[in-house]
Design a protein around this ligand. Structure first.
Ligand code: F0G
Length: 480
């Protein structure tokens, strides 16, 4: 954002870009929305994008790209080995983050796969602020187990603690003291996705680093949403107000031994990377790259994406570009909060997160309040959100449900993609749904996959509540 003084003595934040390419959207009528969600097994992942009005499923791979990124794609050098585009990417990573060894991989979970293969063994324990679905799956597939140790404020939905992504330092030390030899690394997710997009403070990563040094354990940073974390540190952490985004980024990543990212997020392309200064670790990791990804200088990505990633990484610290969607999220969360909708506070990165257990307090946890709310929001608005609750967890070894601390729907705001009128429409439809929430019942399984079940699972609405919701909607609001 470009920040200037306003005429009345306040501050004005103005988007430092304009839109030169746009995509037309169309709003399907409510009957079609009901038909589409039925055909999708009440799972928003299985909707066809053409049946969606405003796609807020994720920020992954759907951020708006800049003119400079598109230009870089055209001048990328296609070569199976040794592409100039790879060397350009490497030098940008070294310049911005200070890491010499850069491994491209096809996306974030590919990085998690390779890191877990090298570092995680049967019986390993990986402490972290919070898991992400694919991270947990890869650590467990490699024989390890995760322990989540966020600060206690993270699970208090109404707490406005500014860094709910922080690790509980005392619990970390306790784990390292007790299980140190079984801990290959501590993982920090900058902007903790499943905690509602909450950032990690500089102070916290510094303290985690000190403990990692004391117990001789690696610190791995998931930097998929590092752009937002850096912005929040400047906005919220004492001592950083007048620092540049570039210097905050540089300091934050300097505490990690290894950084990986889904480049589908912060750098707004489609790919991923791993970066480190640890030569020994680098040599162990690269063994797996040609087997699972591709040659070392393309790692399963198109060289066009690699070229655009180099530009996207630089744009992550461009003062006038960063922050646009965060300001829109902030506005939306505050408006929803004013109207009594149970949102996660304070506003974080990624999107608006709604507490489905409170929104649908009459729906039992084993009938999936968040899954039901995501389906209902689609019916009532054509907006696609994502379930981030029990459905997004798989059952334990004995087939029992695991109920995560937070049962949320996530309404993502991809970078530089949606406008204030979209946010106002979302607010309006959520308020309507809240007023009619009693109609929404739970979901039950039709087909339940054994792993990462939220992607492909199919369900149905208990007692046909979808039809009743549509009936009321049409009576009050019409066909659209
Ligand atoms: N780590 C974090 C923090 C993520 O948010 C994601 C993906 C990944 C790793 C995996 O990366 O998708 O490139 O393989 N998050 C997406 C989302 C899917 O919608 O939040 P990937």
């Amino acid at each position: 954002m470009i920040v200037v003084k306003s005429h009345d003595g306040g501050l004005l934040k103005v988007d430092g870009f304009r839109i030169r390419v746009f995509e037309k959207l169309s709003l399907p009528p409510i009957d079609l929305r009901l038909k589409a969600i039925r055909e999708a097994g009440w799972n928003t992942f299985l909707l066809k994008a053409d049946d969606v009005f405003i796609d807020m499923l994720t920020d992954s791979g759907v951020n708006a790209m800049s003119d400079k990124q598109i230009a870089a794609m055209i001048s990328a050098q296609d070569a199976y080995a040794g592409s100039r585009s790879y060397y350009e990417l490497s030098s940008v990573v070294e310049e911005l983050m200070g890491f010499k060894y850069v491994i491209p991989v096809h996306q974030g979970r590919a990085a998690e796969h390779i890191i877990s293969k090298v570092l995680v063994k049967q019986g390993s324990i990986v402490p972290m602020n919070y898991h992400f679905t694919t991270t947990k799956a890869h650590i467990e597939l490699a024989g390890g187990e995760i322990i989540e140790i966020p600060v206690k404020e993270a699970l208090d939905k109404r707490s406005t603690y500014p860094f709910k992504g922080d690790i509980d330092i005392e619990r970390l030390e306790d784990i390292l003291r007790r299980f140190g030899n079984r801990v290959p690394f501590v993982r920090i997710e900058a902007v903790a996705n499943l905690l509602g997009g909450q950032p990690v403070s500089m102070r916290n990563i510094k303290e985690v680093r000190e403990l990692c040094d004391k117990y001789n354990v690696l610190l791995v940073l998931d930097a998929s949403m590092i752009d937002w974390n850096v912005y929040f540190i400047r906005e919220r952490e004492p001592g950083y107000k007048s620092k540049s985004l570039a210097s905050i980024l540089r300091e934050f990543v300097s505490y990690a031994d290894l950084v990986y990212m889904s480049a589908r997020k912060a750098p707004s392309v489609r790919g991923g990377l791993i970066a480190t200064n640890n030569r020994e670790l680098y040599e162990k990791l690269i063994v797996h790259v040609p087997v699972y990804e591709g040659f070392l200088t393309y790692g399963g990505m198109s060289t066009r994406e690699i070229a655009a990633m180099a530009v996207g990484l630089r744009e992550m610290i461009d003062e006038s570009i960063i922050g646009s969607e965060l300001e829109l999220i902030n506005y939306t969360v505050r408006e929803l909060d004013k109207r009594g909708i149970p949102v996660i506070l304070p506003p974080g990165g990624l999107g608006v997160h709604i507490d489905a257990v409170e929104f649908l307090s009459h729906v039992k946890r084993n009938e999936y309040p968040a899954g039901s709310l995501a389906a209902a929001l689609y019916i009532a608005s054509g907006i696609r959100s994502m379930e981030r609750g029990a459905l997004s967890m798989d059952r334990d070894k004995d087939g029992r449900e695991i109920y995560p601390d937070l049962e949320l729907i996530r309404i993502a705001f991809p970078r530089r993609t949606y406008l204030k009128s979209h946010a106002d429409y979302l607010i309006d439809r959520l308020v309507w749904l809240y007023e009619n929430r009693e109609v929404i019942k739970g979901l039950q399984w039709v087909y339940e996959p054994p792993i990462l079940r939220f992607f492909l699972g199919r369900l149905k609405d208990i007692d046909n509540w979808g039809e009743k919701l549509v009936e009321i909607y049409k009576k009050e609001l019409g066909e659209y």
